[in-house]
Design a protein around this ligand. Sequence first.
Ligand SMILES: [Zn+2]
Length: 212
Amino acid sequence: MIKSLLDFLFENTCKYCGKAFSPQEQGYLCPSCLSSIEKHEFFEDLPEIPSVDGYEFFTKYEGVARELILLYKFHSVKPFSKVIAEKIREDFSNFVNEVNPDIVTYVPVHFFRWWTRGYDHNEEVMKHLNLPYRKILKRVRYSRPLARYKKEEREKRLRSAYKVVESCKVAGKSVLVYDDILTTGSTAREVAQTLKNAGATEVYFYFFLKES
Ligand SMILES: [Zn+2]
């Protein structure tokens, strides 16, 4: 009786497959769904993003990975930052070794978003990667989530949206930037242009997910 009551209290239903499971760090996605998120096997050439010298991504924006990022970003399920970091750690560090950047950083959220969400979702992932990184960018223009806008409108809303933090010298440096999702490439392009205007020599990106 007590055991089934405890099971009832402490078992959760997976938001993806609907099976019951005992939550460890989060009660939204079950371990077997999470373990199904694997590095993509992608053999085609990646489409170019203007001002970006190269990029890599972990997997596609679909299935469990999509559910995970939606829960993480829009329902503030913070423990997923660690899950994402554990997934991408090896692949991310391989990419770091490959491009050998002077600075590793991430695409930050605007202060207002940080304040309503309680954290910066990309920075939380960086913290769990246990790699040296620096905050060199600042989002200076606020915008509603861009998903609802078409490409031209996104680009308009992103214009001058980022700034290099003044004390950060990026002139002559190569930079690797982490972002969670590659959609149209508008954000990556704007960030890369901002960094290059500040003198960065090369800009690379790593994304957790890529929309196809
Ligand atoms: Zn599941």
